[in-house]
Design a protein around this ligand. Structure first.
Ligand SMILES: CC(=O)[C@@H](O)[C@H](O)COP(=O)(O)O
Ligand SMILES: NCC(=O)COP(=O)(O)O
Length: 248
């Protein structure tokens, strides 16, 4: 079974349009967890354009007190500030992403070979009992890339599904992307790493992804589920995504 972690960046971004506390990030977290999401994902960026430092602590407190079974997944580039934040908040999962602060959104995975020794030292620092480390991974990383990811000591890779999400109107390219994602997933599973996936997954593209890509433990979804929630509400959207995840 593939678990659904709901990314709340887009909710925070909507709230930040005004100097007002709504929509409430913790309020929506409650709704999605009550509806069956298994966890909450956030990607606090240095400019706080969506998730603010205060949101990280508010969500952490909510999860610890009212949803102890839910997982908190914090994504980001391992800057000193980010590493200190992780040590303070102690989430169940950290997803390391090679994002430059100026980037509009995440658009590539790690160079596991070129940045292998940096990643190894970060993984060593962050890895404590009860915390899983996942590394953002290009769809075409293949066996060679996965060997580099494994060597860092990380527990999982997160397959970057942005290029797959971008071919909503190109069936042939979608097939090509799925074949690469499946190969990379198999390579990770074969060396004992877990596999997550995320970026631009939607209700429309999840079923084919689920059929093609084996062994995905968790997907994190934000933009697409928020778009659906504007029409049908977050609780209904979570139920629909969970149903789509059962496609395989
Ligand atoms: C790491 C990742 O996959 C991204 O999808 C990220 O969480 C999205 O970030 P933004 O919401 O800032 O575009
Ligand atoms: N790790 C991917 C994620 O959290 C959500 O990405 P998106 O659905 O907002 O593209």
């Amino acid at each position: 079974m593939t678990l659904l972690s709901v990314n709340l960046n887009a909710v925070a971004q909507l709230r930040n349009r005004r100097d007002l506390p709504w929509p409430s990030v913790t309020g929506i977290a409650r709704v999605v967890l009550n509806a069956g999401a298994s966890g909450i994902t956030i990607h606090p960026r240095p400019d706080e354009r969506h998730i603010r430092r205060t949101d990280v602590f508010d969500l952490s407190a909510l999860l610890r007190t009212d949803y102890p079974q839910a997982e908190f997944n914090i994504e980001g580039f391992p800057s000193d500030d980010f590493l200190e934040l992780i040590e303070e908040v102690n989430p169940e999962q950290v997803t390391l992403v090679p994002d430059d602060p100026a980037q509009a959104t995440s658009d590539h995975g790690w160079d596991f070979v070129g940045q292998g020794s940096f990643l190894t030292s970060v993984v060593e620092r962050l890895k404590v009992p009860g915390r899983r480390i996942s590394l953002f991974c290009d769809p075409d990383a293949g066996a060679a890339g996965i060997a580099g990811a494994k060597a860092t000591g990380a527990d999982r890779v997160e397959l970057f599904t942005g290029p797959y999400g971008a071919c909503f109107d190109d069936a042939a390219e979608a097939e090509r992307q799925l074949a690469m994602l499946a190969d990379t997933s198999r390579a990770a599973l074969s060396v004992g790493m877990g596999v997550n996936a995320g970026h631009d997954l939607t209700l429309a593209n999840l079923p084919a992804f689920q059929v093609a890509v084996p062994g995905v433990a968790e997907v994190s979804i934000g933009h697409g589920i928020t778009a659906d929630a504007l029409l049908i509400g977050f609780a209904e959207a979570v139920r629909a995504y969970r149903l789509a995840l059962e496609s395989n």
